[in-house]
Ligand binder design. Structure first.
Ligand code: NAP
Length: 265
C-alpha cells in the first residue's frame, strides 16, 4: 500500500453525492481511500477514475451498513488497518414525510444506518486513533439536527444524535490528538432527495447547494479545525449566539431543587 503523510480515509456512502465528492477531494489532498457503500459497480468506477487521476491507492469495500454482518466487515477493517487516519461517516438517508405518514420499519432502517452503523464504526476506529495519537472523524449530520421541524422527525432526531455524539467525541478525544468535525449541510443537490420521495428539482433552488460547493467549504472548515461546520449559514453570529447560550446554560441545568416557576399554586 502506498504510504502517505495523510494516511487513508475510509468514506461511507462514497458511491454517490456528498461521499463521492469527498472521495475525489480527499484523494487530491493526498489521502489513500477505502470506499464503502452497497453499489459495488459505482464504487469500482469511482475508484478507477480517482486512481487514474491521482495515482492514489483506492480500495473498494461493498457493504450494506444496515446489515449487522456486513457492517462487521467494515468495523474489522477499521480495527485492523493502522493506515486509516480519517473516518468520514457520511452514509445516510432521510425523508420529508410526517410522523404518522411514515412507515415505522423504514424509520427503524434509518436509525440502523444513520445512528447505529455510525456509532459502531466510530467505536471501531477510535481506539486505534487514540493508541496512535492521531486520527480524525468527519461526521455528516445536517442542519435538521438543530431544526428538526424541517423534514421527517426521525431523520432530524438521527442527525441530532450525530451532532451530539460529535460534541461529546470532541470533548473526550481532543486531548488525545483526535480531530472531530460535524458537518451540517443544508439542502444539497444529490440523490438523497429522490430517494426520500421528494426530487431536489421540487425545492426552491435558492436553498439548494451543489455537493461540490458543500464539500469544498466543509473541507476548509476541517483544515481550520472547526468542530461544527455549517457551509450554508452566512450569518455566523447567529450560530455564535446559539452556541454560547447553550454553553452558558450547561452549567445550570442540574440542581437539587426545582425552579420556582414549578411551585404549586
Ligand atoms: P446520496 O447521494 O443518496 O448518498 C447516500 C450514500 O449512502 C450513497 O453512497 C449510498 O450508496 C449510501 N448508502 C445508503 N444506504 C446505505 C447502506 N444501507 N449501506 C451503505 N451505504 C449506504 O445522498 P447524500 O446527500 O450524498 O447523503 C450523504 C449524507 O449527507 C447523508 O448522511 C445525508 O443524510 C446527509 N445530508 C444530505 C443532505 C442533502 O440535502 N442531500 C443534507 C444534509 C445532510 P449505496 O446506495 O450504493 O449504498
Amino acid at each position: 500500500m502506498t504510504q502517505t503523510q495523510r494516511g487513508t480515509a475510509l468514506i461511507t456512502g462514497a458511491s454517490s453525492g456528498i461521499g463521492a465528492i469527498y472521495a475525489d477531494r480527499l484523494a487530491k489532498l493526498g489521502y489513500d481511500l477505502i470506499l464503502v457503500a452497497r453499489n459495488r459497480a459505482r464504487l469500482v468506477a469511482l475508484a478507477e477514475r480517482i486512481t487514474s487521476a491521482t495515482q492514489r491507492n483506492v480500495e473498494v469495500l461493498d457493504a450494506d451498513l444496515g446489515d449487522k454482518a456486513q457492517l462487521a466487515k467494515v468495523e474489522a477493517k477499521l480495527k485492523q488497518d493502522a493506515s486509516i487516519t480519517l473516518l468520514v461517516n457520511n452514509a445516510g438517508f432521510g425523508t420529508h414525510t410526517p410522523l404518522l405518514e411514515s412507515d415505522v420499519e423504514k424509520m427503524h432502517q434509518m436509525i440502523d444506518l444513520n445512528v447505529t452503523a455510525l456509532t459502531r464504526l466510530t467505536y471501531a476506529a477510535a481506539p486505534g486513533f487514540v493508541q496512535r495519537g492521531k486520527g480524525a472523524f468527519i461526521n455528516i449530520a445536517s442542519i435538521v439536527s438543530i431544526a428538526p421541524e424541517t423534514l421527517n422527525g426521525v431523520y432530524g432526531a438521527s442527525k441530532a444524535f450525530v451532532h451530539a455524539l460529535s460534541l461529546s467525541l470532541h470533548h473526550e478525544l481532543t486531548s488525545k490528538g483526535i480531530q472531530v468535525q460535524a458537518v451540517l449541510p443544508g439542502a444539497t443537490a444529490t440523490e438523497f432527495w429522490a430517494t426520500g420521495g421528494l426530487p431536489v428539482e421540487h425545492l426552491d433552488q435558492n436553498i439548494v447547494m451543489s455537493a461540490e460547493q458543500l464539500v469544498d467549504a466543509a473541507l476548509v472548515g476541517f483544515e481550520r479545525g472547526e468542530l461544527i461546520t455549517i457551509p450554508s449559514l452566512h450569518a455566523i453570529e447567529e450560530w455564535d449566539i446559539y452556541e454560547s447560550a447553550r454553553q452558558r446554560m450547561a452549567g445550570q441545568l442540574s440542581r437539587n431543587v426545582p425552579a420556582p416557576r414549578y411551585s404549586k399554586g
